[in-house]
Design a protein around this ligand. Structure first.
Ligand SMILES: *Cc1c(COP(=O)(O)O)cnc(C)c1O
Length: 395
């Protein structure tokens, strides 16, 4: 008899977004006069692709209509033009990469799951919580032991390593979803040294690097000396350039990264050539436009809109005197629920009183309870109204 992967039975049901929509629906059904809610919960962008990307996509579609420019299968690890454009982008930050250390992917979430193929089943995974739920779930599906590492207000939700708590795989997400916290150069250096000492591998999730505005915060783990021998970086154009529905990501695996005489870069080439047939030519052309000067200028304009939303929300929280982090180098604002409310109590309180919908922190790990996440990806007018209502309710 076929035996299913029984690890699926170990997954905790994630009721987070299901509960949010159920509770919202039930509330609106009961209160028929209420027409409008203010949605600051979703982690999806709302602005369209920039014009540099749109023209590149159009012209790539036209390429596919002519025999001379038609493209069939693309190289499994990414089109050379895009791998080179990404390597050049890193070079501007002082990170020297060769194009074959860059792998083009269909997105960071896909890659965060797939990359686990590189590691033995017996390896353990350290997750700094509150965390993006996929880190824990992808490892449960693979049958790995999870080491839950709790970030807190005391470390501004970006902790240093603890010499007594280690694991083979270490997840670091900076700027962080859900907390909006960023890891300083000093903190990242501590994690890199820790990983090299313990022979662990850091999976660095850089999905929100484009939101960093402070000069001294690293955008890439490879800005840290020693990361070449202990880290893989996973990034995506989803939040950076509005590619959540278009799909494109990239992964950096240095040639110097090896364990037991096995080079992870070579292994990933073998993995990709076995398990994928590459990413759409059209999408890769659109992605390459993001890395042009024009593309960079345009995506920054969109990011600025989200940053203005962030300012509106953090100004409101400052007025009320509520503790929060994020909102500056990240599109998330992570706040402490007032009056010792639990995350779900605060969710209900906001929904029932001012129809503002956020995300309960408890959905990102048990130590997220008592906290709440607002995203800045929403509509600007809605964000302003929500902020005003928050001040009136809580001041
Ligand atoms: C949104 C997000 C991603 C991006 O995922 P894609 O699959 O590329 O859309 C990656 N990591 C985190 C923490 C995110 O919030």
């Amino acid at each position: 008899m076929l035996i299913p992967n029984m690890n699926y039975a170990n997954l905790k049901d994630s009721y987070l977004f299901y509960n949010i929509s159920k509770k919202t629906e039930a509330y609106l059904k009961k209160n028929v006069l209420i027409q409008k809610t203010y949605r600051l919960g979703i982690g999806d962008v709302s602005l369209p692709l920039c014009s540099a990307v749109i023209s590149a996509l159009h012209s790539a579609v036209d390429d596919q209509s002519k025999k001379d420019s038609f493209m069939g299968y693309m190289p499994e690890c990414g089109a050379p033009f895009l791998r080179e454009a990404i390597a050049k982008h890193y070079e501007k930050r002082g990170v020297a990469l060769s194009a074959d250390e860059v792998f083009v992917s269909s997105g960071a979430s896909d890659e965060l799951g797939d990359i686990l193929d590189l590691f033995d089943k017996s390896s353990s995974a350290l997750v700094i919580e509150p965390a993006y739920p996929a880190y824990v779930d992808a490892n449960i599906i693979a049958g790995r032991e999870i080491v839950h590492y709790h970030a807190s207000e005391e470390d501004s939700f970006a902790p240093y390593p603890d010499n007594n708590i280690t694991a083979d795989i270490i997840y670091i997400c900076s700027p962080n979803n859900p907390t909006g916290a960023v890891y300083s150069r000093d903190k990242l250096k501590a994690w890199v040294d820790f990983a090299n000492r313990n022979k662990s591998i850091i999976l660095f999730d850089a999905a929100y690097e484009a939101f960093i505005e402070d000069e001294d915060i690293p955008h890439s783990i490879f800005e840290i000396e020693g990361a070449n021998t202990c880290a893989i970086e996973i990034c995506s154009l989803s939040k950076t350039a509005g590619f959540t529905g278009t799909r494109l990501g990239y992964t950096i695996i240095p040639k110097a990264l090896e364990r037991n005489g096995m080079r992870f870069n070579d292994m990933w080439v073998r993995n990709r050539t076995t398990k994928t047939n590459g990413i759409s030519y059209i999408i890769q052309k659109g992605a390459a436009a993001v890395f042009t000067d024009e593309g960079q200028r345009q995506i920054k304009e969109n990011i600025q809109v989200y940053k203005n939303n962030a300012k509106v929300l953090t100004d409101a929280l400052d007025k009320i005197g509520i503790w929060y982090c994020g909102g500056k180098n990240a599109p998330y604002v992570w706040l402490k629920c007032p009056n010792d409310m639990s995350s779900w109590e605060f969710f209900d309180y906001l929904l029932e009183n001012i129809q503002v919908i956020g995300t309960p922190g408890a959905g990102f790990g048990e130590n997220g309870d008592g906290y709440f996440r607002f995203t800045t990806f929403g509509d600007t007018e809605d964000t302003k109204t929500a902020a005003q209502k928050l001040v009136e309710l809580l001041k």
